[in-house]
Design a protein around this ligand. Sequence first.
Ligand code: RRO
Length: 309
Amino acid sequence: PELATTFLEQPLDNPLMNAAGVWCTLAAQLDALVESSAGAAVTKSCTLSRRDGNPEPRYRALPLGSINSMGLPNEGHVYYLDYAACHDYERKPLFVSVSGLSLDDNLTIVAALREAVLPAFLELNLSCPNVEGKPQPGYDFEAMDQFLAEVATAYRRPFGVKLPPYFDFVHFDNAAEILNRYDNLAFITCINSIGNGLVIDTESESTVIRPKDGFGGLGGDYVLPTALANVNAFHRRCPGKTIIGCGGVSTGEHVFQHLLAGATLVQVGTALHEEGPSIFDRLQKELRELMAKKGYTRIEDFRGRLKTL
Ligand code: RRO
């Protein structure tokens, strides 16, 4: 089976990439993703200036996934724009994730990205759950609409948003209605971590990460059904937009399920953190084996063709 695909008219070897935040904060990590068999890569969400992030421990791997409260540690937007300026786009597409701490910061970063005139894709993160005093714009539809109105106008080129998970049809409907107002909003990444979970260690009777009294974003097996629901909900509601799936992917079967639900690309977070960039080889092998078993020769044979009862 053939895994080659296209994203906004750009060819990719395969639909896999990292989830923003994982293996992408420093140039050496990004280089490892470029060297890997991933079809694309995305840089750590950046702010205007460099940030240390929250105190450690701030990430914990768990039997069923992970919890994190990293707090947006990053090298500042200039570092990632410099990386994007040196990237070989013939090799694979590069996404730049932007998560400014205010609308003004986002507009400054987006203007710099626009002026750099690079083929990089902008993924605007509306869903960081871990910066104290900064609510997720994706959960405040008025703020989200205002962010999008200003960013869409300032950037003008096609861009995408990284959404938090939603859990109610009213929220799917409202979010989709807002996103559909912006013609140059070309792609939607579903989902960021499920924000503000709490993991407790019974033996020590304690939380397992330090920031925010132990509250943090959940990833991994915990989130797969929520991720698939959000991918499919926005696939149904936003027919003109491309969906990127993210959440709970650690096997080729999980990749298949995201594609079936309507994703065009599939991001890997927790499992990449635990296994490293060689995971992209394994996921492609498992996806190819599953497709062969089902008689599919290419992704478009089944992508978005989820059956219902
Ligand atoms: O850095 C983080 O704490 C973080 C971010 Br920006 C995000 O978007 N999602 C997440 O789980 N952690």
